[in-house]
Design a protein. Structure first.
Length: 77
């Protein structure tokens, strides 16, 4: 069974940015698909489908390796 994780990535501005992030995330073990909704000037939405849930640290490291930053999750409290 596959699982999909969605998170924000800051700093992406173009198709090259999308390609870099997609490439790094696709290289993680078990990843089947990466979909990026580019939002220039904001936090882009990234959805990763994988065999099992991915560790937050692995996702963060892949995004940082591509040259960007995972958007911190905000508390609703």
């Amino acid at each position: 069974m596959s699982t999909t994780s969605t998170f924000g990535v800051d700093g992406m501005t173009c198709g090259h940015c999308v390609s870099a992030v997609s490439s790094e995330l696709s290289a993680l073990p078990g990843v089947h698909d990466v979909v990026v909704q580019l939002i220039v000037g904001g936090s882009s939405t990234v959805s990763v489908t994988s065999e099992a849930p991915l560790p937050d640290a692995a996702v963060n490291d892949a995004v940082v390796e591509a040259g960007y930053a995972v958007t911190p999750r905000r508390s609703l409290l």
